[in-house]
Structures are given as C-alpha cells and as structure tokens.
Design a protein around this ligand. Structure first.
Ligand code: SAM
Length: 282
C-alpha cells in the first residue's frame, strides 16, 4: 500500500499557531520534506519532534518530487512543510501534490496558519469575494500590466509583498487602479503586528520611508475606485496614468482618453478638460 502525503501548515510567526494535529502528524510520518531544514528544525525542537527531515525547495523541487514519490509508493508517509504558513501557497508543495494525485497517492491537508486569510479577516475590506494574486512581478512594467489586467476584478485584491518593493507597488497600484481603500498587514501574529489602513496614495507615501516598510507584508486593495472626494490633483494623476497605460497598450490618444474616462466614471470631455487644465498649470 502506498503511503500518504500530508501538507502541513506551520506558524507564520507565532509558534502557538501550530495545531495539535500538525504536531501529531509531523511526529508520526517517516520523513518531513522542508523548504529549509535548519529553519524547520527550530520548530520541531520546540515541539520535541525528532522525525527525519529532507530538503524540498524551489531549486530541487523537480528531482526531489520524483524521489519522494518513490518513497510514497513504497509505503512511507511524508509531510511537506514550508518555512511559514501553508505549503503550496506561494511556497513549494504544488508539484509534489500534483504528482501524488496523478499516481493515485492519498493527499491529506492539515490546515493552519496562512498569511492571506489571516490578513483579510482583520483588514475591514470586503471578504465576500477576493482575488489572491500571489507576488506581483518584480519589474514595474510587468507589475503595472498585471495590475491593469486586474483593474475590473470585482473582488478585494490580495498580494504578497516584501519590504523592498512595497512603496513602488503601492505607487503603481495607485496609478493603475485609481484611488482605492487599501490595507497593508505587516508582521502578522508577531510582536509588531500592524494593519496600516488608508488610500493607496496615502499608503504609498507612508511606506516610502524604509523605517515604516519593515517585515513581511500582505497588501489588500478594495474593489471600488473612490469616485468623489478625491483631490483634483489625484484625479488628474489617475487619468494621466491610465491614458499612458492604454496608449502603451496600442490605443491612440483619443481612444485612450475615452477608455480612461469611462473607467473613472467621467465623460471624455470632463477627462479632457482636466488634462488641459493641468497642462495649463504646468
Ligand atoms: N505559504 C505562506 C502562507 O501560507 O501564507 C506564504 C509564503 S510566501 C513565500 C511569503 C509571503 O507571505 C511574505 O512575503 C508575505 O507577503 C506573506 N507573509 C508570510 N508571513 C507573514 C506575516 N507574518 N505577516 C505578513 N505577511 C506574511
């Protein structure tokens, strides 16, 4: 009989966020496949777990998955853990899961901590429908294009982010998505946990200081563009960015302006008037 592949969630900061079941399963399996064996050893030591570990990370995922499948087929039980949170969510685990399923091996999830749901439930943004986009592209051009694709998604947008890119991502999000409510959830479950709430433009300013942009982060963005009450300067900035984006996409200026205006709930004439007034002020 083949063994079982367990996908075991581990804490995202606070060691108490480990379930009784996770501790039992990690103690019972034949081997634990870890993203970083040294990192996971600290968790295992904390819970007095002495199970053998083996590395399984993005650089050796392919060959390791084949090797782990052989072990499963020979009747061994394997648990996969990542450095933090739920395996296979922006972490290794997907490939082995797919291979196990394709080979008739039982896959059992052991749920627990996960950064995106932890962030969302306390964000105050709508939870009824959400879109998880993983990590946005590192390069601004690709990131802006991805954000443009998601502009009309009728759901709270959720992304994983790190301290070095958060300011640039917020700036791009503001320019491409327009002004929206957003939340940056930082250092979840840790001592300095923080939910920074505000408009995209405000958060972009706040996180442009390296002092504020520390630790791991989840960025959440409301689905609706703020239609009124935004300053004239912000509105013009948004129109300008959208027109530039649509022109980059291949539309001529007139069509780009029309499309930008429609997205912002303005007539083309209104959008045009604002751009002209802005140019007059330059
Ligand atoms: N598999 C993990 C999960 O279930 O959430 C995610 C792993 S992914 C490689 C790491 C990213 O998750 C970080 O860059 C950050 O965006 C988010 N993250 C993980 N732990 C976090 C925490 N304690 N606070 C805020 N974000 C966190």
């Amino acid at each position: 009989m083949a063994g079982t592949l367990y996908l075991v969630a581990t804490p995202i900061g606070n060691l108490e966020d480990m379930t009784h079941r996770a501790v039992r399963v990690l103690g019972e399996v034949d081997v634990i496949a870890c993203e970083d064996t040294r990192h996971t050893k600290k968790l295992l030591n904390h819970y007095g777990i002495t199970t053998k570990t083996i590395s399984y990370h993005e650089h050796n995922e392919r060959e390791r998955a084949a090797e782990l499948l052989e072990r499963l087929k020979s009747g061994r039980d394997i648990a996969v853990v990542s450095d933090a949170g739920t395996p296979a969510i922006s972490d290794p685990g997907f490939r082995l899961t797919r291979i196990a399923i394709d080979n008739g091996v039982a896959v059992v999830p052991v749920p627990g901590a996960n950064a995106l749901t932890t962030a969302l439930i306390a964000s105050g943004l709508p939870t009824d429908e959400f879109f998880f986009g993983g990590f946005l592209p590192a390069r601004s051009g690709a990131r802006r294009a991805r954000l443009a694709e998601l502009r009309s998604t009728p759901a709270t947008l959720i992304f994983y982010e790190g301290p070095h890119r958060i300011a640039a991502t917020l700036k791009d999000a503001h320019e491409i998505l327009g002004e929206r409510e957003a939340v940056v959830a930082r250092e979840l479950t840790k001592l300095h946990e923080e939910f920074a709430r505000g408009r995209l433009s405000e958060l972009a300013t706040r996180f442009s200081s390296a002092e504020n942009a520390r630790g791991e982060m989840v960025l959440m963005i409301d689905r609706t563009v703020i239609p009124s009450g935004i300053s004239e300067a912000e509105l013009v900035q948004t129109i300008t960015a959208l027109v530039a984006k649509f022109e980059e996409d291949g539309l001529d200026h007139r069509a780009a302006l029309k499309k930008a205006a429609r997205e912002l709930g303005l007539s083309r004439d209104e959008a045009y008037r604002r751009l002209v007034a802005e140019r007059g002020n330059e």
